[in-house]
Design a protein around this ligand. Structure first.
Ligand SMILES: [Zn+2]
Length: 303
C-alpha cells in the first residue's frame, strides 16, 4: 500500500515537471502568419501633407522592472529581461498625442517583484503632459499602459481627449478593480482594422495580448516611420530569435497565444523585409536606449 502511494506521488511529480517544462519551452510560432498586416494600406492612411506630420517622438522613463526570461521568450534565455515603463509623446510642435500613460506608485507596488524603480517626479511630469495633450491613446488596457490615466487626479479633464476601442474599455473594466465607470463615456475609435488617429498616426487593431490591443504606426516629418507594437512581444529578442512567447506567459497574462504567435510571425516578416519602418517594443530597455542614442526618440517630454 505504502509503495503504491509513493508510485502515485512520483507520477504526479513527473506530470507536474512535464507541464512546467512545456509551459516555458513550447514554441507555437507558425511558419505562415494568419495575421494580415497590410503596410501599403497603413502607409496610405498615414500619408498627409509634410508640414502636418509629427516632428518627433518624445519619451519619459517613469518606472522600471525586471522579468524572468521564461516568461518572455519560449525556451527561456540565459538572462532576465530588464523592463522600462515609458510614456510616449508624439510631438507636432503645436500639439501632442500621449501614448500609454504609465501606472502610478500604488499599482507599481502591487506588481512587485516584477516592478523595481519608480520615479515620482517624472510621473507628475507625465500628468502635466497629459493635461497639455490634444489626444491620449493606448496600445492596450493593462495597468502599465492605462494606469496613469485611470488614476489621474485630472481624469475628468483628460477623458474628452481619450480615444480607445470598445474592447479596451470592456476588458479594462475587468482588469482594473477600481476602474472609474465614467471611462465608459469616452470617444471610441472606429471599429476597423486600420484607422487614422491624427495626421501621420494610424491605429492597427491587433487583439491577442489583450482583447483591445492595437499597434500604432507613426510617420514623422523626417520620413522616419515607427511601429509601436505594444506588448505583442516584451523584448525584441522574440523577433530576432524568432520565438513566440511561452505558454506560461499566455496563461499568466490571459493572452490569446495563437493570435499573438501569428502577429509575431507577421512582425518577423516585416522586420526582415522592410528597412523603412522601425519596430518599437514598449518595454525593451536595450532597444529604447538604442533609439535614444540614434535620435529616433527623444528623452523627455515637450515643455
Ligand atoms: Zn506592458
Amino acid at each position: 500500500m505504502k509503495r503504491k502511494k509513493s508510485v502515485v506521488a512520483l507520477v504526479v511529480v513527473l506530470v507536474v515537471l512535464l507541464l512546467a517544462a512545456i509551459s516555458v519551452l513550447y514554441d507555437r510560432l507558425p511558419v505562415e502568419s494568419n495575421y494580415v498586416l497590410d503596410m501599403r494600406q497603413v502607409r496610405e492612411l498615414a500619408s498627409a501633407p509634410q508640414n502636418t506630420l509629427p516632428q518627433s517622438i518624445n519619451s519619459l522613463l517613469v518606472a522600471e522592472g525586471d522579468f524572468p526570461s521564461c516568461l518572455v521568450i519560449a525556451g527561456c534565455a540565459s538572462q532576465s529581461y530588464p523592463f522600462q515603463f515609458r510614456v510616449f509623446e508624439i510631438d507636432y510642435g503645436n500639439k501632442t498625442v500621449i501614448i500609454d500613460p504609465v501606472h502610478d506608485i500604488d499599482l507599481h507596488r502591487e506588481n512587485k517583484p516584477l516592478t523595481t524603480e519608480f520615479y515620482p517626479q517624472r510621473y507628475d511630469q507625465m500628468q502635466q503632459a497629459m493635461k497639455k495633450a490634444s489626444l491620449i491613446v493606448l496600445t492596450h488596457e493593462h495597468f502599465d499602459h492605462i494606469g496613469g490615466l485611470v488614476k489621474s487626479p485630472y481624469l475628468a479633464e483628460l477623458l474628452p481627449k481619450v480615444r480607445a476601442n470598445k474592447e479596451q474599455l470592456t476588458s479594462a473594466a475587468a482588469v482594473l478593480m477600481d476602474y472609474p465607470p465614467v471611462m465608459q463615456d469616452i470617444s471610441l475609435l472606429p471599429d476597423e482594422p486600420y484607422s487614422v488617429l491624427a495626421p501621420g498616426i494610424v491605429v492597427i487593431r491587433s487583439p491577442g495580448h489583450t482583447p483591445g490591443s492595437q499597434m500604432l504606426f507613426v510617420k514623422l516629418r523626417s520620413g522616419e516611420e515607427v511601429l509601436f507594437v505594444g506588448d505583442i512581444v516584451w523584448d525584441m529578442d522574440n523577433i530576432l530569435r524568432q520565438k513566440s512567447k511561452p505558454l506560461l506567459a499566455n496563461w499568466v497574462a490571459n493572452e490569446n497565444g495563437q493570435q499573438l504567435a501569428d502577429q509575431i510571425r507577421a512582425l518577423i516578416g516585416l522586420y526582415q523585409s522592410d528597412d523603412q519602418v522601425k519596430l518599437l517594443v514598449s518595454h525593451d530597455k536595450d532597444q529604447l536606449r538604442q533609439y535614444l542614442r540614434e535620435g529616433l526618440i527623444k528623452d523627455g517630454l515637450a515643455d
